[in-house]
Design a binder for this molecule. Sequence first.
Ligand code: ZN
Length: 167
Amino acid sequence: MHNGKWSLDQIHDWLSAVKDPEIPVLNIHDMGILRSIDILGDELVVVAIAPTYSGCPAMNTIANDVRRILQSKGIPRVEVVESLQHPWTTDWLSAEAHEKLEAFGIAPPQIGSPDKTALFSKAVTVPCPQCKSRNTQLVSQFGSTACKALYRCSDCQEPFDYFKCLR
Ligand SMILES: [Zn+2]
């Protein structure tokens, strides 16, 4: 789709500059939260984003960044809507996102591990992103943000964040 001014591909590209404020190595493509881009006429672009953790303050920041970046590219009106059709889960994180998280020192969500109760209840086994040891311990259900838990590796002694599973 193209309206003569901007193409979907271009907008898609521009939006890769929008990062998750809590995990700055991930952009909204990596997160899997960008649901759709609609070019309506010559003036308006509507971007649908799936909310992640409910009440996560990151969503406001992300919506503001989407508007700011697209407006800076000369799109006069940008609307950001929340797409509630399919609730976001950590399964939507791309394979690349998992690699980026690990390289950043955050253990990616364990695929197939317990559901949203992981936010509140018992710990899952999370391999250390530094040395890959599975000999790790939950230190706190809440790491640097509510979406992460704090773990410590019993082998290399390094503490690390775990991106909790949610679905
Ligand atoms: Zn380790």
